[in-house]
Design a binder for this molecule. Structure first.
Ligand code: FEO
Length: 173
């Protein structure tokens, strides 16, 4: 059984993951509308992954006899002007998700909820991977600069990849 404090913190994270999914969906739509079909593909997949993160949390809350709350979403507000900014946003957003997960882990420890603490280790590892991937892509973008041919190949190669597969492949984007 979850304490009310842990239940609320988990539902807050549910909302954050859902908002992340919508935010990445908005970035995917921008990329799709601006000729970056590969980047769009990557971000659509990223959006799906965030929804999976949300569902995993909800299922856990239900498993522990808590109430999983379907969140009301904020309208995603994006202001990107180019594909580079998509990945800068991705990185910044993942850093904020990591901070939120760390806070949640801290609440579980304070509440002596070691079961939830254990469950959340999956998210701790996932965040490590997601931040590292976003950072690797940004490094690659820095190398490409304004080389249009490099961007063409980058957009082609990133299609169909996910954050996890980029990390698993040793980041060969
Ligand atoms: Fe579910 Fe990328 O944080």
């Amino acid at each position: 059984m979850l304490s009310k404090k842990v239940e609320k913190a988990l539902n807050d994270q549910v909302k954050m993951e859902g908002n992340s999914s919508n935010y990445y969906l908005a970035l995917a739509c921008w990329a799709d509308s601006n000729g970056f079909s590969g980047v769009a593909d990557f971000m659509y997949q990223q959006s799906d992954e965030e929804r999976f993160h949300m569902l995993k949390l909800m299922k856990y809350v239900i498993e522990r006899d808590g109430e999983a709350v379907v969140p009301a979403y904020d309208k995603p507000s994006i202001s990107v002007k180019n594909a580079t900014e998509i990945f800068q946003d991705l990185y910044k957003h993942e850093v904020s998700v990591t901070q939120s997960i760390n806070k949640l882990v801290g609440i579980c420890l304070a509440e002596n909820d070691f079961t939830t603490h254990n469950f959340l280790q999956w998210y701790v590892s996932e965040q490590l991977e997601e931040e590292a991937t976003a950072k690797t892509i940004l490094d690659k973008i820095k190398l490409m600069g304004n080389d249009k041919s490099a961007w063409y190949h980058f957009d082609r190669d990133i299609a169909g990849l996910s954050v996890t597969s980029v990390a698993d492949s040793g980041a060969q984007v």
